[in-house]
Design a protein around this ligand. Structure first.
Ligand code: S3P
Length: 451
């Protein structure tokens, strides 16, 4: 959906402690991949717990446009009748991926080695994001592309008729780029190899193996070397999508900074390539515990319990941890604002090319709320004001970015004066039940602008 309705201003203010159980929807990364890999299999993939956020719904529509039969059976319950590797048909219209970088980049990879021509677009945020990081490696397979200046959408890709396998070293730590290359490699003969110096989320590798592809990862001096054998027949799967740790981050962090809070967030995946935020919070002194630790579907899972943590201290977040918490820096920065001392976040250049420039968006809003922030091209720092010490009283611009909107709303629950956002609408892309879920915990959110 490239359109976005009227802005939805929203205000958060201090209220009672947050209490209760927060049931988080399905993981966004795994939801996209379930639909795409289902569409590339022959037969019926059944999915439960699919995230029904707009980003994922846009990917579902795209899979239908390529010829897969995609059906919703109930809340979170979907099936995909796939067309097989190399079986995508040419869509008869533009593929609109809305706000979703993951959607567009993975789908580009999935069609790149099939001889069809596809034009992609998205909303104003997505049309501003770089696509050359995907089309450059896809060109090595023989895929042609033409887009706007700077490799921006709208963009047309012509899939390779006789694809060559590729060996590619990622120039940026990006699971989206890695996944695009692996998905393109599915329909190339021989071995496609992707090398990443820093480990990024590994859902594509795990799920490809689950769907029956021959894929292996060696850890070498160069980094992780991932080898995929092309032209497999992918076997349809029954997938139970785990709950999204990136969404869990919001009620967890809100509880840590809101006086008297005690919130349980059950069944959260703690895949090490995703769990960097929780480790960082614990190093800051957060009262965050893992209960009932177990394994589900090959992934470590626990119930998270977050209690108000007035003792938290600022830390230096190690740059090598960045990939495992890349979506969580906005919410971490406001926890840092409510801690004592300075928090430094380095090695985070990628934050500048997300749904918004997340360093700029958070720095502007935090400064407007009375917090001192410094920033450079690939780092930023936040001076903590201590528990309950953030003045607040501002309206923060969300720049079509769901995580910026949710972060400032969480800040408003603990700041002296309310905090407003100009537009909470984008929250529906990843966490459509954020507002009722937070209200059920006791959060004071209302649909006005009073910051
Ligand atoms: C994602 C990868 C990350 C992340 C995004 C989801 C994925 O992007 O920010 O929200 O599902 O592969 P990059 O690959 O650009 O770092």
């Amino acid at each position: 959906m490239s359109g976005h309705g009227d802005p939805v201003p929203m205000t958060a203010r201090r209220g009672p402690p947050l209490k209760g159980t927060a049931r988080i929807p399905g993981d966004k990364s795994i939801s996209h991949r379930s639909l795409i890999l289902g569409a590339l299999s022959v037969g019926e993939t059944r999915i439960t717990g699919l995230l029904e956020g707009q980003d994922v719904l846009d990917t579902a529509s795209a899979m239908a446009a390529f010829g897969a039969e995609v059906t919703q059976h109930g809340p979170g319950e979907w099936s995909v009748h796939g067309v097989g590797v190399g079986g995508f048909g040419e869509p008869d219209d533009v593929i609109d991926c809305g706000n979703s970088g993951t959607g567009v980049r993975l789908i580009m990879g999935a069609m790149a080695t099939t001889p069809i021509t596809v034009t992609f677009t998205g909303d104003a945020s997505l049309r501003g994001r770089p696509m050359a990081r995907v089309t450059d490696p896809l060109a090595l397979f023989g895929t042609r592309s033409v887009g706007r200046a700077g490799g921006r959408l709208p963009m047309t890709l012509v899939g390779a008729a006789e694809p060559l396998p590729v060996r590619y070293t990622l120039p940026v730590p990006s699971a989206q780029v890695k996944s695009a290359v692996l998905l393109a490699g599915l329909n190339a003969p021989g071995e496609t190899v992707v090398i990443e110096a820093e480990a990024t989320r590994d859902h594509t590798e795990r799920m490809l193996a689950g769907f029956g592809a021959e894929i292996s990862t060696q850890v070498t001096a160069e980094g992780r070397v991932i080898t995929l054998v092309g032209r497999p027949e992918l076997r349809p799967q029954a997938i139970a999508v785990p709950r999204d740790p990136s969404s869990a981050a919001f009620p967890v962090c809100a509880a840590l900074i809101t006086e008297g809070s005690d919130v349980l967030v059950p069944n959260i995946g703690l895949n090490p390539t995703r769990a960097g935020l929780f480790q960082t919070l614990r190093e800051m002194g957060a009262n965050l515990t893992y209960e009932n630790e177990r394994e589900e579907g090959g992934e470590p899972v626990a119930d998270l319990r977050a209690r108000f943590s007035p003792e938290m201290k600022g830390i230096e977040v190690p740059p090598e941890r960045a990939a495992s918490m890349i979506d969580e820096y906005p919410i971490l920065s406001l926890v840092a604002a409510c801690a004592e001392g300075r928090t430094e976040m380095r090695g985070v250049r990628e934050l500048r090319v997300k749904e918004s420039d997340r360093i700029a968006a958070m720095a502007d809003g935090l400064r407007a709320c009375g917090v001192t922030v410094e920033d450079g091209p690939d780092w930023w720092s936040v001076e903590g004001r201590g528990p309950g010490g953030v003045p607040g009283g501002a309206t923060c611009a969300t720049h079509l970015d769901h995580r910026i909107a949710m972060s400032f709303l969480c800040l408003g629950l603990a700041s002296k004066k309310p905090v407003s956002v100009d537009d909470a609408g984008p929250i529906a892309t990843s966490f459509p039940v954020f507002e009722p879920l937070m209200r059920a915990l006791g959060a004071h959110l209302d649909r006005t602008n009073r910051g």
